[in-house]
Ligand binder design. Structure first.
Ligand code: DGY
Length: 319
């Protein structure tokens, strides 16, 4: 059986898959266009993909031999799950293995945003630091401030735990469904409406999955509810926040600052965000530690091997 490994991955992962299948790799790490992806998938039974490869009905219909698409990501908005299920194609993702690493990054990005780390570092590098000053780069405290989490899945809970246990933060959250009382107690979180969440937030952290429903969950109307001293951090997906509306709110100081790891239409970044001082911008790296990326790649491989050899994949999205 032939499989495509759509992006450059660890040699050990390629070797593992090559022990089971005839593998086609992408050593140049090109992000394939849809036509190129379809061409590469001809004759393949399986695909090891990342969030950059979109698997939709058109791709599936053009690649009738495809039996499994295994995403090296927990988010799977790049896969049309209904189209996979309708065609009997197994889809999988990589939950759990990246939870703590992504929560570390989300918390770090929130702290960097609150304490103006990027802005002050750029100031220093530009050689503009001539004296210590009382009001130089004053930010807002993280300890004791209200941590507001939008989307209380595994990563949201891991961020809440950090805030609650490590920084004495009152934690509020909004989610489609409310957590069980014991889970709320574990992370010290209180359920509130979305409006209340936005109004009370000192530091808003977005950890929602992206879907048609969550598209532009945060736009001008939502930003208008937030405190002028509040910060917003997004480690979920671009498109959940309306980047143009966010840039305007930041420019007009209707909120204090934003930390963004994900962007609408990334790797393109809205030029208005790039022009602002009060943002910390990172290139979708929240899960990027060597250990976690290897664990994600191995889990995607476990799914691919199982799906094509008749075993039960560990983390299927459909079955
Ligand atoms: C994920 O796992 O969803 C990360 O965003 C990497 O794509």
């Amino acid at each position: 059986m032939k499989v495509l490994i759509a992006r450059r991955v660890f040699d050990s992962v390629v070797e593992r898959l090559a022990a089971h299948f005839e593998v086609e790799t992408n050593p140049e790490d090109t992000v394939f266009s849809k036509a190129e992806l379809i061409a590469r998938l001809q004759g393949k039974a399986g695909a090891f993909i990342t969030g950059s490869e979109r698997i939709d009905a058109e791709v599936l219909d053009a690649c009738p031999g495809l039996k499994a698409v295994c995403n090296m990501a927990v988010g799977y908005n790049n896969i049309d799950l209904a189209a996979c299920t309708a065609r009997g194609v197994l889809a999988s993702n990589t939950p759990d293995v990246l939870t703590e690493t992504t929560a570390d990054f989300g918390f770090a990005l929130m702290m960097a945003t609150a304490r103006r780390m990027a802005e002050s570092e750029h100031f220093l590098r530009r050689g503009e630091w001539s004296k210590w000053a009382v009001d130089m780069f004053t930010g807002s405290d993280v300890h004791g401030a209200t941590l507001a989490i939008l989307g209380m899945g595994r990563i949201g809970r891991a961020i809440a735990r950090r805030g609650h246990l490590g920084f004495g933060m009152p934690v509020i959250y909004h989610n489609r469904s409310r957590l069980a009382p014991e889970l709320e107690a574990e992370v010290g979180a209180r359920y509130v409406s979305k409006e209340q969440l936005l109004k009370e937030a000192d530091h808003l952290v977005i950890v929602l999955p992206y879907s048609a429903e969550s598209h532009h969950s945060i736009g001008a109307a939502e930003l208008a509810l937030m405190k002028p001293q509040a910060t917003l951090t997004n480690v979920a997906r671009g498109g959940i926040v309306d980047d143009a509306a966010l840039a305007q709110a930041l420019r007009e100081r209707r909120i204090a600052a934003a930390g963004l790891d994900v962007f609408e239409g990334e790797p393109r970044v809205h030029p208005d965000l790039l022009a602002l001082p009060n943002v910390v911008l990172t290139p979708h790296i929240a899960s990027a530690t060597v250990k976690t990326r290897l664990a994600m790649a191995n889990l995607a491989s476990d799914n691919l091997i199982a799906a094509l050899t008749g075993a039960a994949p560990p983390t299927p999205l459909n079955s």
